[in-house]
Ligand binder design. Structure first.
Ligand SMILES: Nc1ncnc2c1ncn2[C@@H]1O[C@H](COP(=O)(O)OP(=O)(O)OP(=O)(O)O)[C@@H](O)[C@H]1O
Length: 447
């Protein structure tokens, strides 16, 4: 629902305008003076400001300029007193969408508001699309300052402009598709298609026809020729997700595509030639799969020429606050909130969590918190209940006091995100004692 802020010091006019616009289906907030209006604008996202020109703490005409400087997507309509058209014209010079003369009836007010809102929505949509477009390319959307993620980014930047096949490995949700997209976006193929296919989402036969296509009559139901995704991606990039799921003869067929760019469609007699770059991803340990005989060794070596291992979120906990803030801002924007903060306890609780679902899980947890949020501050009570019992639970496999102490120190270390000074404080012991005990129990700081 579009949101309007009315700034007017005359109570009757303010209330009348608010009622009229609410009846038109808008969400309306009001302010008596500029300072109050400015606070509301800084906290929440509006589509339109309807402001009086003469206000107790300043001029609506100047306010209009300030608004357009700070919130360029926000539209402003000024309301001038009868006989003071010059104010209205100046407001429009300062970026106002329109001006109304006080006392104008609803026949003028309502269409002017509707047009301004329509423009605000259009501009916002374009700006979102631009943002998304920029997000699809470039490595700057891959967030993180840890050395683990920086190493992966620098490898990806190096390989991007080449045509080399890339193997991305990492647990589910670590950003393999995000990386594949960024590599494509930084390659010479960036203006061509990027086609992603999840190999685990299809049965073997369907996957084969999806990838390679078929000729009419190749099997019952194949009434006409169909291009496969490899052909659709000609001159572009193909991202094969969950590549480790590929079955034996498809592995052989793909190896040939990687080496020669050639393959035979189902039911065809001649070869099809494509020019594609392949980026493959897997969350399996392909070396293990090779040794078990599940994955072809020659294909593995062909892919492993350029392997980028994406770090799990738990191995780069220092990046959690940055990522969390990024997602919080994104979801807050969606909810129409301008400001969002993460309380330090909230950030600490995120760091203490074991992120089995990696960045995807983090994103979902933040989305949930923002939906539940009242106000602008993310606090621990907005986290799912399991976060409260998040510390590694004590499984009493031993009654020894030493084992219990070891587990307890592990819990505290995890809660403090590996920070030893904090851990010592939590445990109520000195830092030297903590170091001694960590050495005694052979505990790493990250545990
Ligand atoms: N470094 C990053 N910065 C910001 N967002 C990220 C980053 N990496 C991943 N994401 C986000 O995390 C989510 C999961 O990423 P993605 O789908 O690329 O993971 P994946 O490793 O391909 O997962 P799967 O193995 O399950 O297919 C997406 O919403 C993505 O936008």
């Amino acid at each position: 629902m579009p949101k309007i802020l009315i700034i007017d010091d005359e109570k009757d006019i303010r209330n009348l305008l608010a009622k009229t616009l609410e009846l038109e289906g808008y969400q309306v907030k009001t302010a008596e003076r500029i300072s109050e209006g400015w606070t509301k604008l800084s906290m929440e996202e509006f589509d339109l400001v309807l402001s009086d020109v003469r206000l107790p703490d300043g001029s609506g005409v100047d306010l209009c300029r300030r608004i357009k400087e700070k919130f360029p997507l926000l539209e402003v309509i000024c309301m001038t007193a009868f006989g003071n058209i010059r104010d209205g014209i100046q407001a429009m010079k300062n970026g106002a969408f329109d001006y109304l003369v006080k006392g104008d009836d609803n026949e003028k007010l309502i269409p002017a508001v509707a047009k301004a809102i329509e423009k605000a929505e259009l501009v916002r949509r374009i700006s979102h699309l631009e943002q998304r477009l920029n997000q699809q390319v470039g490595f700057d959307t891959i967030l993180g300052n840890s050395k683990e993620i920086k190493k992966a980014i620098s490898l990806a930047i190096k390989v991007a402009p080449t045509d080399t096949t890339v193997l991305l490995t990492g647990e589910s949700g670590t950003g393999k598709e995000v990386f594949a997209n960024a590599i494509h976006g930084a390659s010479t193929r960036k203006t061509q298609s990027f086609i992603a296919i999840n190999c685990s989402a299809f049965g073997k036969d369907l996957l084969e026809s999806e990838l390679f296509g078929y000729k009419a009559g190749a099997f019952t139901g194949a009434t006409k020729d169909k291009k496969g995704l490899l052909e659709e991606a000609h001159k572009g990039t193909v991202f094969l997700d969950e590549f480790g799921e590929l079955q034996g003869d498809l592995q052989a067929k793909l190896l040939r595509v990687i080496e020669t760019g050639r393959f035979i469609k189902l039911g065809d007699t001649k070869e099809t030639q494509v020019d594609i770059r392949i980026i493959a991803a897997t969350n399996r340990n392909l070396e293990d799969e090779v040794s078990k005989g599940h994955f072809r060794e020659d294909l593995f070596y062909r892919l492993a020429v350029f392997q980028i291992a994406l770090p799990s979120l738990d191995s780069r906990k220092e990046d959690i606050p940055l990522l969390a803030y990024h997602f919080a801002k994104r979801f807050a924007q969606k909810e129409g909130l301008r400001e969002i903060n993460l309380s330090s306890e909230y950030a600490e609780a995120l760091k203490a969590h074991r992120w089995k679902g990696n960045i995807r899980e983090l994103r979902n947890v933040i989305e949930r918190s923002v939906i539940l949020l009242e106000g602008n501050n993310l606090t621990v009570d907005l986290l799912p209940v399991q976060f409260l019992q998040d510390q590694p639970s004590i499984h009493l496999t031993s009654w020894s006091l030493k084992d219990l102490e070891k587990t307890h120190i592990e819990k505290a270390l995890a809660h403090a995100g590996g920070n030893k000074t904090k851990t010592a404080e939590l445990l109520g012991i000195g830092l030297t004692t903590l170091y001694r005990k960590m050495e005694e129990y052979q505990l790493a700081a990250e545990s």
